[in-house]
Design a protein around this ligand. Structure first.
Ligand code: UDX
Length: 436
């Protein structure tokens, strides 16, 4: 099929390359010339495992091209809209400027039999409004097809999703839209991927409620960590024990410095704001509490560093291991790791932060921090070590070797991934979050 993908960020670039990899003929379009230039050279404009490989193979096949010109979307049957919906400045609600701009630019390129497919995360009710605009401007149809990909696993999640959700209009238009989507996703469907075909509103809500559930699960275990801290209990053993109950499950029960990234934080805030607009604010007001629990973990992490350093961090050298919001990503949007580094720096600590991929993005936002590309340089003569993103290379650090580099053997494990017994045996003061 001929496909266009509008917006080539974390979501769109992966989607465009994956669709081409699956045999479709794809044009990726973005307003940012630097991003398009990189993609045209088969270079991923951000770090995502496996993306460069499929960009190279899809470009070599001749099925994938990139452009800054929206007119290049003309002639495609299916147009995916994958632009960002960030949080509005100073408000909880989602900013739909980019979605509306993409739709407005796309409408003149559409034919009546075209299908526009929204992938961006939007407040419930948006698809209905956009469908009317598209219908009036071109006669084309809109479907909503939320995306559940996780950064770090984006290629795998796009090519082999665990489910497909189609938000469709009623009647004949809906039937045709479903046929086209089934054709787009033929490979996944042949592997028995479940499909939930539903209305617009449900499909929009599926996405935000999935993220709300995941955020709640993380903040739940972090709330237990807060209690464990005062009760002298161990939240990791607690998570293991409750996780054995299949109804609860162990995944997403890792307590620590909390969640960040371009989705979970802004999506729960946007969802709460949308519920208020709909007159049902009380139904999900608990999400604001989930947000507060999450933000408290960052404060707690900083407090723990201060306590461990005897009451103040001023002029102390603190090695911060990790800046990305999670491993296998260079994304620092709303990153707890970067936030902790910035807070410590604000208190006068001499922060040396490191990350395998996220240093360039961090420098752009916070050039005031100290950075080291080599982990050993960051650790050298540190008064305390803070692990905030659980990259494999940090999980595998040897406490004996690291102990030879630092000034004081103090480690605060913000992701509860190190073995306290092993680190303490090597002479370290080890502190986890919600662990005795
Ligand atoms: C999330 C959703 O998982 C994905 O389905 C959706 O499409 C986009 O948002 P992503 O932002 O890539 O994906 O990250 P995710 O793996 O969900 O992690 C989010 C944050 O939660 C990270 O900061 C991670 O460190 C944190 N986290 C995760 C925890 O603190 N504890 C856990 O147990 C799991």
């Amino acid at each position: 099929m001929r496909i266009s993908v509008i917006g080539c960020g974390y979501l769109g670039a992966v989607h465009a390359a994956s669709m081409a990899e699956l045999g479709h003929e794809v044009t990726g379009i973005d307003v940012d010339p630097a991003k398009i230039q990189a993609l045209q050279a088969a270079q991923a404009p951000f770090f995502e495992p496996g993306l460069t490989d499929i960009l190279e193979s899809a470009m070599a096949s001749g099925r994938l091209s990139f452009s800054t010109n929206i007119a290049d979307a003309k002639g495609a049957q299916v147009h995916f809209v994958a632009v960002g919906t960030p949080q509005k400045k100073g408000e909880n609600a989602a900013d739909l400027t980019y979605v509306d701009a993409a739709i407005d630019a796309l409408i003149p390129q559409l034919g009546v039999s075209d299908l526009v497919v929204g992938k961006s995360t939007v407040p419930v009710g948006t698809a209905e409004r956009l469908a009317e605009k598209i219908e009036a401007g071109s006669g084309a149809t809109l479907a909503w097809n939320p995306e559940f990909l996780r950064e770090g696993f984006a290629v795998k999640d796009t090519i082999s999703p665990d489910r497909l959700v189609y938000g469709l209009p009623a009647g004949e238009k809906g039937k045709k839209a479903k046929q086209l989507l089934d054709e787009v996703y033929a490979t996944a469907l042949s592997n028995d991927t479940p499909v939930v075909a539903t209305d617009y509103a449900t499909s929009e809500l599926v996405k935000v409620s999935a993220n709300a559930f995941l955020a709640t699960k993380i903040s739940f275990i972090n709330a237990m960590a807060e209690i464990a801290e005062v009760a002298g209990a161990d939240v990791t053993a607690l998570a293991d024990a409750i996780g054995y109950d299949a109804r609860i499950g162990r995944r997403f029960l890792n307590a620590g410095v909390g969640f960040g990234g371009g989705c979970l934080p802004k999506d729960i805030r946007g969802f709460a704001a949308r519920a208020e607009e709909l007159g049902r604010g009380e139904s999900i007001r608990f999400l604001l509490e989930i947000d507060k629990i999450n933000m408290r973990r960052r404060e707690r992490m900083v407090e723990m560093v201060i306590e461990a350093l005897g009451g103040q961090v001023y002029k102390k050298k603190v090695a911060v291991l990790g800046l990305a919001f999670k491993p296998d990503s260079d994304d620092v949007r709303d990153s707890p790791a970067l936030d902790v580094a910035v807070r410590l720096n604000g208190l006068g600590a001499h922060v040396i932060a490191t990350d395998p991929e996220a240093i360039p993005n961090s420098i752009r936002l916070h050039p005031q921090l100290g950075f080291a590309t080599d982990t050993m340089d960051a650790l050298n003569h540190a008064d305390a070590v803070v692990l905030v993103t659980e990259w494999k290379e940090y999980r595998n650090l040897d406490p004996v070797e690291v102990g030879k580099l630092v000034r004081d053997k103090i480690i605060i494990d913000g992701r509860n991934v190190l073995d306290p017994v092993q680190w303490r045996a090597a002479g370290w003061i080890y502190k986890g979050m919600g662990r005795p």
